[in-house]
Write a protein that binds this ligand. Structure first.
Ligand code: DOR
Ligand code: ZN
Length: 364
């Protein structure tokens, strides 16, 4: 049996939400060898302030972090909460937040493009402006949900273009041109165009990739309408999956790293559509290992292990400029299963169960 002894890893894009389920989500992350996380700010209310008490309309990074720490995140050695970029964000907030050490990253959401993204401001309004200039000056990372908002159905998803490919070919180059020093993470990328962009960009532009985008294509979603696989950006075509698989396996690659986008929803299918998000708490390293193997990596070889470890454990901390964990966890090539659980605020179905997938790896 292949057993990998890996440094505890970092999930540099995840959703811990709010309320009574938070402690369960954090516990699931700790149980899968996770040493730290970047916890997304699209909570209710959004994390759109830096300091101060929670109000009806906003949470601060300071107060949300406190709540997460109390719910078990104190066991992580790193917890980053980005600031949700809204109409209330100012250059002064960026400068003060960076000076206080609370602000390490800001999150761009395309308005109405995904879960709780209604506070987002169109990218065109940020480019060249004071907020991005302040971020550039103070080394604050821009985390981007890279999809063009407000497209019509056929422009949103079509054989020749998707909201993501439009964004990476038309918008991202403009950001780099106007803000050449801005540190950027292209989050949960799904397309060949995004891979090409990131590979050609300077070293301060990186990307996260989810397990589901390495494992699946849109065919898996449509065949049986497996809505547990529905997330945004939506899974794409085989050429896109192949580009992602090639990117993570390239020898010595330093730009692509783990960010699961684990996004629990207690109700996926609703009367007016489907909530976007796949829950991979508890099983993400197993899924990533399966994806690497499907991509052709031999995880019993040192070359395969090096590529896997870079992606899961070291590239992310290097990008965010913190020291990776010196503790380890075990990942074993032995079957395991996930089970949906009744949590205080409702049941959450993990992706493998939603896809009826048996994991071929387990946490040791
Ligand atoms: O699938 C997704 N779920 N994509 C996002 O951008 C947001 C996330 C969520 O918060 O549920
Ligand atoms: Zn997300």
């Amino acid at each position: 049996m292949t057993t990998l002894t890996l440094p505890r890893w970092y999930d540099l894009h995840t959703h811990f939400r709010q309320g009574a389920n938070v402690a369960e989500y954090i516990a699931d992350h700790l149980a899968m060898g996770c040493a730290g996380a970047l916890a997304m700010p699209n909570t209710k209310p959004p994390v759109s302030a830096i300091v101060g008490p929670k109000t009806e309309s906003s949470w601060s990074i300071e107060a949300y972090r406190e709540d997460l720490l109390e719910a078990g995140a104190d066991a992580f050695d790193r917890l980053i909460v980005p600031l949700y970029l809204t109409r209330d964000t100012t250059p002064e907030m960026i400068a003060q937040g960076a000076a206080s050490g609370l602000l390490e990253a800001c999150k761009y959401y395309p308005p109405h493009g995904t879960t709780n993204s209604e506070h987002g401001v169109p990218m065109g309004e940020w480019i060249g402006g004071g907020v991005f200039r302040a971020m550039e000056e103070h080394g604050v990372v821009l985390c981007i949900h890279g999809e063009q908002h407000a497209l019509t159905g056929s422009a949103y998803f079509d054989e020749n273009q998707t909201a993501e490919s439009v964004f990476y070919t038309e918008v991202l180059p403009r950001i780099l041109e106007a803000h050449p020093r801005l540190r950027i993470v292209c989050e949960h990328i799904t397309t060949q165009e995004a891979v090409d962009f990131v590979e050609a960009a300077p070293s301060h532009v990186g990307a996260t990739i989810t397990p589901q985008h390495l494992l699946y294509t849109v065919g898996h979603l449509i065949q049986g309408l497996r809505y547990h696989l529905y997330c945004l950006p939506v899974v794409k075509f085989e050429t896109d999956r192949a580009a992602l698989r090639d990117a993570v396996r390239k020898v010595g690659q330093s730009k692509f790293f783990a960010g699961t986008d684990s996004a629990p929803h207690t109700t996926k299918a609703t009367e007016c559509g489907c909530a976007a998000g796949c829950y991979t708490g508890g099983c993400a390293p197993q899924l990533y290992a399966m994806a690497f193997e499907e991509a052709g990596a031999d995880l019993s070889s040192s070359e395969g292990q090096d590529a896997f470890q870079r992606f899961l454990c070291s590239n992310g901390p290097a990008f965010y400029e913190f020291t990776p964990s010196s503790e380890t966890f075990l990942l074993e090539k032995s079957p395991s299963r996930t089970e949906s659980r009744d949590l205080p605020e409702g049941p959450v179905v993990a992706l493998p169960e939603g896809m009826d997938l048996e994991l071929t790896w387990s946490i040791g």
